[in-house]
Design a protein around this ligand. Structure first.
Ligand SMILES: *[C@@H]1O[C@H](CO)[C@@H](O)[C@H](O)[C@H]1NC(C)=O
Length: 328
């Protein structure tokens, strides 16, 4: 209605004040409609609630039904992200450090978070993924990377405060580069005129993976349930290993900069079976339990004698599934 009124008003203004010979009503009308159309149906992603709005129940449902075997991670992540996203004036950016063996869902969880915040999910212009090996391959060019990298973070956050940065393979990131991220993670009102308080940083690494696996194995050997493993059994060692001899090499990092160190547990066969079933559904195949069991059975399990945890988690099930299908 507003648009129609605007149009009428504009029409009157134009017909009254613009000399008849310079005013082309057809052209003007087309122009106005084009403008209205763009405003109403604009499909270009923008930094506003039309494109960015957090769906807490969506995230909860996704964590419960799509992530397998991670009772600690799903609880901590839901709590941290929900708290952060429902606060319009957070004091600092949300910084999550995800740790664990490969194939346990660290990247996948980042995707679930993105999908429940950004309408475009991982394809959003406001979600940025950095892979240390891919983006910063040459050790000799650290200085160039550093300034470029800081420029990227600053530029993107100035564009949209609710940006999300995912750093994959954090343990392979050159220490100088890691250091250059630190200022953004802290409690600052503004840094160089830009506020980073609404930004989400996710750091992913295998750092601490061996420790987590050992702990899970200890529980298993003692006959205790996996779900009995608590965050406090793992978190202190994780933060120590990440801060002291992990990727945050220098002591400059303050423990408080990182909101949560989140452990991902090694996966057992039953979890792998769930992964395969989910993968089959995602590919539009009929989820066949027998195939899933077979794929899971064919993976490598550690330790050799007990075969408790899948060595690669759910990482290779996609390829294995394809192979299975050919065989059947
Ligand atoms: C935002 O980050 C991307 C890398 O993900 C970079 O290519 C781009 O130039 C950055 N944008 C700005 C405005 O700095």
């Amino acid at each position: 209605m507003k648009a129609v009124r605007m149009y009428l008003l504009l029409h009157i203004v134009l017909t009254v004040f613009v000399p008849v010979n310079t005013f082309d009503p057809l052209k003007a009308t087309v122009g106005i409609f084009k403008n209205v159309w763009q405003r109403v149906f604009d499909s270009k992603e923008s930094c506003d609630s039309k494109w960015i709005s957090f769906n807490a129940t969506g995230l909860q449902a996704d964590l419960e039904t799509k992530l397998f075997g991670q009772h600690i991670a799903s609880r901590v992540i839901l709590k941290a992200v929900t708290g952060f996203m429902s606060n319009d004036y957070p004091q600092k950016p949300l910084v999550l450090s995800l740790h664990g063996p490969c194939g346990t869902g660290k990247n996948f969880v980042s995707q679930l978070i993105a999908e429940n915040i950004y309408k475009e999910g991982m394809d959003s212009d406001f979600v940025h993924v950095f892979n240390s090996l891919f983006h910063f391959p040459h050790k000799g060019q650290i200085e160039t990377y550093k300034s470029q990298f800081q420029q990227w973070i600053k530029g993107n956050v100035s564009n949209c405060a609710r940006s999300m940065f995912i750093f994959d393979q954090m343990e392979k990131m050159p220490p100088d580069l890691t250091d250059s991220i630190k200022p953004y993670l802290d409690y600052h009102n503004k840094l160089g005129g830009v506020s980073y308080r609404k930004t989400l940083f996710i750091f992913i690494s295998n750092n601490g993976g061996d420790f987590i696996t050992q702990k899970a194995l200890d529980f298993w050997k003692e006959g205790r349930g996996r779900e009995e493993i608590k965050l406090r059994d793992l978190e202190p060692s994780l933060s120590d290993s990440a801060l002291n001899n992990g990727f945050w090499h220098s002591t400059l990092i303050d423990r408080n900069m990182i909101d949560a160190f989140i452990p991902f547990l090694p996966l057992e066969k039953e979890h792998v079976v769930h992964c395969v079933m989910a993968e089959m559904k995602a590919r539009g195949m009929w989820p066949d339990q027998k195939v899933a069991d077979k794929v899971a059975e064919d993976l490598i399990y550690i330790p050799k004698s007990e075969r408790v945890f899948s060595k690669m988690g759910c990482m290779t099930v996609g390829g294995k599934l394809y192979f299975q299908k050919e065989e059947l």
